[in-house]
Design a protein around this ligand. Structure first.
Ligand SMILES: [Zn+2]
Length: 341
C-alpha cells in the first residue's frame, strides 16, 4: 500500500501567463517527467478536481471570484502587474485548489499518510479580494480552512519556506489562533511584508511567526533556523496537521531569489517537518508547490522532498560551527517570540 500521494496532471499546464513569464507551464512539465518515474508501491497518483465555489469562498470574496472567472472570456488579462491570466487560468486555479483538497481528504481518511500537490498557479500571495505575485487563489489557505470545516481540525501549522513572504496566507489567518503561520523568507524583498513584529492581532496574536532572512542564506542558515526556531515553536503549538507552502525559489540557481539553498537543504527541511508530523500530527503532512523558477533546481528539489516522504534519511543539523552569521537574528526572533512560546 502506498503511504504517500502525488497530485499532478497535464491540466495544470493550461494556465498560460505568457512566454516570458517565470511562472510558466514548463515548470510543471519538468515535474510530470519526474513523477512519471515514481514507484507505484510508494506513491499513489491522485487526480485533480475543480474546487467548488463554496470551497474557494472559504478564503475569497464572491466579487473577486467572479472577477477571476470573467478573465476566461479574454485571451489575456492583467489582474495585477505580474499576475496575468489566459482563458484557462480560472479553471486551472480551481483545479489547483481542488487537487490540494483531494490530497487533504485522502490523508484525513487515513488512506495515505502524506503527499505533495504539484499544482500551479501558486497561491500564497493571493488576498481575499486581490490577485498578486502570480497567485490567483490561495490554495494553502483554502486547504487549512477546509481542514477546520470538514475535518474538525483545531490546530493547523502552515510552514512557508518560499523565498517570498506569503502575505496572502498571513492575512487570511492574522486574527486566527487555530492556524499557526510560520514563514522563512528573503527580507526586505517582494512583497515587502513579513517583519519579525508582524505576529497576528487580537486572538491571533502570537500565531504568525516571521523569520525574515538576509539574502545569501544557504542550507546551514536555514537548518539553524529550523532547529532553533521553527521546530521548537511548532512543537509547542502541537499541530494536528502540517501544511507546507513549498516554494523552491530559495534555491541557489533560482533567477528570482538571492538565497543559496540546495536540493539537499530542501530535503533536510522536509525531513524535519515529516519527523515533526510523525511525532505530533499522526504523520499528517501535505506539501504544496508554490514558487521555484529554475527548472533543474525545481526538479531536483521536488525529488529530494519526495525522497524524504518515502524514506527518512539521517539529517545533519549544523553543528555549532554552521550558520553562525545569522545567530544575532535568531536571538532577536527568540527574544521577540518569548512572550508567546
Ligand atoms: Zn516565491
Amino acid at each position: 500500500m502506498p503511504r504517500s500521494a502525488v497530485v499532478i496532471d497535464r491540466e495544470y499546464l493550461k494556465h498560460q501567463p505568457g512566454d516570458l513569464h517565470p511562472e510558466r507551464p514548463e515548470r510543471l512539465k519538468a515535474l510530470l517527467d519526474l513523477t512519471a518515474e515514481l514507484d507505484s508501491g510508494s506513491f499513489k497518483l491522485l487526480p485533480p478536481r475543480a474546487a467548488t465555489r463554496e470551497e474557494v469562498e472559504l478564503c475569497h470574496s464572491k466579487d473577486y471570484i467572479e472577477l477571476v472567472e470573467s478573465t476566461s472570456q479574454v485571451n489575456r488579462y492583467a489582474l495585477d502587474g505580474d499576475t496575468i491570466t489566459s482563458r484557462d487560468s480560472f479553471g486551472t486555479g480551481l483545479l489547483a485548489a481542488g487537487g490540494f483538497l483531494n490530497l487533504l481528504d485522502a490523508i484525513a481518511a487515513a488512506e495515505l499518510r502524506n503527499g505533495f500537490a504539484l499544482v500551479r498557479p501558486p497561491g500564497h500571495h493571493a488576498l481575499k479580494d486581490r490577485a498578486m505575485g502570480f497567485c490567483l487563489f490561495n490554495t494553502v489557505a483554502i486547504g487549512a480552512q477546509h481542514l477546520r470545516r470538514q475535518h474538525g481540525a483545531k490546530r493547523v501549522l502552515i510552514m512557508d519556506w518560499d523565498v517570498h513572504h506569503g502575505n496572502g496566507t498571513q492575512d487570511a489567518f492574522y486574527r486566527d489562533p487555530s492556524v499557526l503561520y510560520v514563514s522563512t523568507h528573503q527580507y526586505p524583498y517582494y512583497p515587502g511584508t513579513g517583519a519579525i513584529e508582524e505576529a497576528g492581532v487580537r486572538e491571533g496574536e502570537g500565531y504568525t511567526m516571521n523569520v525574515p532572512l538576509p539574502a545569501g542564506c544557504g542550507d546551514e542558515e536555514y537548518l539553524r533556523v529550523f532547529g532553533d526556531v521553527v521546530i521548537p515553536v511548532a512543537e509547542k503549538f502541537e499541530p494536528e496537521w502540517i501544511l507546507v507552502s513549498a516554494g523552491f525559489d530559495p534555491h541557489r540557481r533560482d533567477p528570482l531569489g538571492s538565497m543559496d539553498v540546495t536540493e539537499k537543504g530542501f530535503g533536510a527541511m522536509a525531513a524535519l517537518l515529516i519527523a515533526l508530523a510523525e511525532k505530533q500530527s499522526g504523520g499528517r503532512i501535505a506539501f504544496l508547490l508554490e514558487g521555484g523558477y529554475d527548472l533543474t533546481a525545481l526538479k531536483n528539489s521536488v525529488f529530494a522532498v519526495l525522497h524524504e516522504m518515502k524514506e527518512k534519511s539521517a539529517i545533519d543539523l549544523p553543528g555549532k560551527s554552521g550558520g553562525e552569521a545569522i545567530e544575532p537574528l535568531i536571538r532577536k526572533i527568540l527574544k521577540f517570540q518569548e512572550r508567546y512560546w
